[in-house]
Design a protein around this ligand. Structure first.
Ligand code: PMV
Length: 315
């Protein structure tokens, strides 16, 4: 038997880093996906094949013995195999359109699509149950995950998130194009977050003012998104980027990418932890070809995305 599932990647539209200190963030799913195929095999093995490598191990191993970024898949497969005695082993194949390790939610999309595809071989589960499984498996590689990425990958669309109130999917469906440019510098979220913590400790007043500014900005953005007012949204993107510059998560390359994006966009900013990773530009349809050419002429990997309103898909 074979089971397939796919889940979208994500971008943080607004609020990264400040969200760590209680400010609201806005995330959205993007129409770049990861597809996971799971099938039962006669051999008592878990094998995983993906574009970042492969893994073949006997079930029932302690998760700490699995030294691979494919750990979440092993965790999911092993857990499911333990809960029954009909299926002996599993073969898992991963196909990804999402660049890895640059803040576009590739690991969360893997966990969500993996949880759905694998668990479906053993019976039907609700989206909520799949999300819980996905977050549990993501914790094998990122202990402190907030679960925000897995949530937006599961349900799709736009979501607001804050530490106190959790997630809330926004009902509006604004229609815009983002162009994502990749610095190809893999970033460690953990180390950039601790750099920001240091900035905060050395600039207590300044940081608290920035949190207030960001809170106001997000409040405005929620109205702007509802009205689908792209020009105003672009201004807020530029403003948010200034705050990210101030807290020191940008660098020469990211600043250059934002400058390149400026020419044909309504606004550009870093998405995610920074220090590397990606930026996005909010683009009018008429400028889509121009901006892609501009990034390519400057040797940046880039692609356009729209919001994915579908979320997890099984087939
Ligand atoms: O680049 P990413 O997707 O890992 O984004 C991290 C977002 C932060 O706000 C910097 C950290 C966090 O845990 O919210």
């Amino acid at each position: 038997m074979k089971s397939k599932a796919s889940a979208p990647g994500k971008v943080i539209l607004f609020g990264e880093h400040f969200v760590v200190y209680g400010v609201k963030a806005i995330l959205c799913a993007i129409n770049k996906r990861i597809q996971v195929t799971a099938e039962d095999i006669d051999e008592n093995k878990i094998t995983i094949k993906s574009n970042i490598g492969s893994l073949s191990e006997k079930p029932n191993k302690n998760i700490s013995e699995i030294k691979s970024p494919l750990k979440p898949f092993y965790h999911l497969a092993d857990k499911m195999l333990k809960e029954q005695n009909e299926i002996k082993g599993l073969k898992i194949t991963v196909d990804s359109e999402i660049p890895l390790g640059v803040g576009l939610g590739s690991s969360s999309a893997c966990c969500v699509a993996g949880a759905a595809a694998i668990s479906r071989l053993f019976g039907e589960k609700s989206q909520k149950e799949i999300l819980e499984l996905a977050i549990e498996s993501e914790k094998t590689i990122f202990q402190n995950t907030s679960g925000a990425d897995c949530t937006v990958c599961t349900f799709g669309g736009i979501m607001e998130y804050d530490k106190k109130n959790g997630f809330q999917k926004l009902e509006y469906e604004p229609n815009f194009h983002l162009v994502i440019a990749n610095s190809r510098i893999e970033h460690s979220t953990e180390s950039v977050v601790s750099k920001v913590k240091q900035f905060k400790e050395e600039n207590i007043k300044k940081f608290s003012n920035l949190c207030e500014e960001e809170t106001k900005l997000i409040k405005d953005v929620l109205i702007i998104l509802k009205e689908n007012n792209m020009k105003e949204l672009g201004k807020k993107i530029i403003q948010n980027q200034e705050y990210l510059e101030t807290i020191g998560i940008s660098n020469e390359k990211l600043r250059h990418m934002i400058k390149v994006g400026e020419k044909f966009s309504l606004g550009s900013k870093i998405t995610g932890a920074g220090g590397g990773g990606c930026i996005f530009s909010l683009v009018d349809e008429s400028n889509l070809v121009n901006i892609l050419e501009e990034f390519e002429n400057n040797n940046y990997e880039c692609f356009s995305v729209k919001i994915d309103f579908k979320g997890l898909d099984t087939f």
